[in-house]
Design a protein around this ligand. Structure first.
Ligand code: GDP
Ligand code: IMO
Ligand code: MG
Length: 431
């Protein structure tokens, strides 16, 4: 039963959208398993650019079904807007797009608290997307959340929204000295969203497992990345869900027994949006040059991404935690023209060298990267179709990374378009 996972193995924005879109024609179903509209997955198909936030990155391919799994948090207003925008561009959702009835909902009070908490934190802020992601997952874990299926149940909406609004208004008023929220407006608004979303609401656990049983192929799409994972990332500077492969099972209802390939998408360098430790960050000219060459501005918030050298100590940890079998290495083309390219292989912390990724962010903040240097190349790479046609310096760089991580490459990506890739193996074991 072929099911493969595509996940982020750094701090997000590795190019998951491109890789999922590229592999989607070999799948029957693409399913997002966690995160919310904090994600921004860019797909460039035949000159047309799509930025997907909640809708899975298989949607551009007509013959592929797309599911939003139970592990995702859904802001129905944002989802409806995204669906409408894509429909206006000729993409059909009818009978090929379904949302889990178990997926939790984001409400305006989650957005309000996310923003108030960040404002109050000042320089200690996480730098969240401000979209209510953390508070929505908090309500889920607190068993006070509402799920997509509840949108169809006016009584459930009434009871839980009213109870939550009482609590959130106490917080807003007394802790943050802020405006309060009106429960009735939310209940009416969300019941209307429910009516519009009704045709898409389904038990995706059964849909996905029945499809697998029937021999169909399923691609599970993660959001964010290993270093933003709630358990394994640079806590507390993380998101509130598990983008790791364990999260793929929990967020889809598909047993890890069915996973064949676990594809970790990694940039040939590193970026990070928001606050938190980033040992290989380049703050000077080279960082600016990478940002310009790689167009490193957030797909969701437009924020400038912090840029740095590839961190193999962190990436090796991501490979271990996720069981990554294949790396899809993206944006190698962006490194053209850099004289010397460095690779972090370990950290020096309090005078001691260690290849381990530390748990405490205060330790990671002290970490000085131990670098190995590589000679760069000058020629542009976009357009190269065969691995052997890459410049020798680029092949040396790739060979070192592969050996260090002890994984295979499945794709070397050399541009944003789905065709600008060297494909070394397919998404599923049997093709
Ligand atoms: P995601 O969140 O992991 O899907 O990544 P984003 O879409 O947020 O950011 C990746 C950006 O890099 C997008 O603008 C992509 O179009 C672009 N991209 C993906 N792969 C490549 C590549 O190999 N080369 C270049 N130059 N751009 C790429
Ligand atoms: P994709 O799927 C990059 C970051 C935010 C912030 C932290 C917590 O496109 O790779 P949140 O709003 O989730 O509570 O913010 O996580 N973040 C991302 N960074 N790519 C993403 O998604 C991200 N989603 C959240 O910038 O640092
Ligand atoms: Mg992104």
């Amino acid at each position: 039963m072929p099911c493969s996972v595509v996940l982020g193995s750094q701090w997000g924005d590795e190019g998951k959208g491109k890789i999922v879109d590229m592999y989607a024609p070999s799948a029957d179903i693409v399913m997002r398993y966690q995160g919310g509209h904090n994600a921004g997955h860019t797909v460039l198909a035949d000159g047309h650019s799509y930025i997907l936030h909640l809708v899975p990155s298989g949607i551009i391919h007509k013959g592929v079904a797309n599911l939003i799994g139970n592990g995702v948090v859904v802001d129905p207003k944002a989802l409806l807007k995204e669906i409408e925008g894509l429909e206006n561009r000729g993409i059909s959702f009818k009978d090929r797009f379904f949302i889990s009835d178990r997926a939790h909902l984001i409400f305006p009070y989650h957005v309000l608290i996310d923003r108030l908490k960040e404002d109050r934190a000042g320089s200690a802020k996480i730098g969240t997307t401000g979209l209510g992601i953390g508070p929505a997952y908090t309500d889920k874990a607190n068993r006070s959340g509402l799920r997509v299926g509840d949108l169809l149940d006016r009584a459930a909406l009434e009871t839980v929204v009213r109870a939550n609004v009482v609590q959130y208004n106490i917080l807003a008023e007394n802790l943050y000295n802020s405006e309060t929220i009106d429960a009735q407006g939310i209940i009416d608004e969300y019941y209307e969203y429910g009516k519009r979303l009704r045709p898409f609401i389904a038990d995706t656990v059964y849909l996905a497992n029945a499809a697998l049983k029937g021999g169909k192929k399923l691609l599970l799409e993660g959001a964010q990345g290993a270093m933003l994972d709630l358990d394994f990332g640079t806590y507390p500077f993380v998101t509130s869900s598990n983008g790791s492969s364990g999260g793929a099972a929990v967020g889809s209802g598909v047993s890890p027994m069915h996973f064949s390939k676990i594809i970790g998408v990694a940039k040939a360098y590193c970026t990070r949006v928001g606050s938190g430790a980033f040992p290989t960050e380049l703050k000077g000219e080279l960082g600016d040059a990478l940002r310009a060459a790689g167009k490193e501005f957030g797909a969701t918030t437009g924020r400038a991404r912090r840029c740095g050298y590839i961190d193999l100590a962190a990436l090796k940890y991501a490979v271990t935690v996720n069981g990554i079998t294949h790396i899809a290495l993206t944006k190698l083309d962006v490194l053209s023209g850099i004289d010397e390219i460095k690779v972090c292989t370990a950290y020096r912390i309090d005078g001691e060298e260690s290849a381990r990724f530390p748990a405490a962010v205060s330790t990671l903040e002290k970490a000085e990267p131990v670098y190995k240097s590589f000679k760069g190349w000058t020629q542009p790479l976009t357009g190269i179709a065969r691995f052997d046609d890459l410049p020798k310096q680029a092949r040396d760089y790739l060979a070192f990374i592969k050996e260090f991580l002890d994984v295979e490459y499945c794709v070397i990506s050399l541009g944003s378009d789905r065709n600008q890739s060297i494909v070394l193996s397919e998404a599923f074991n049997d093709n």
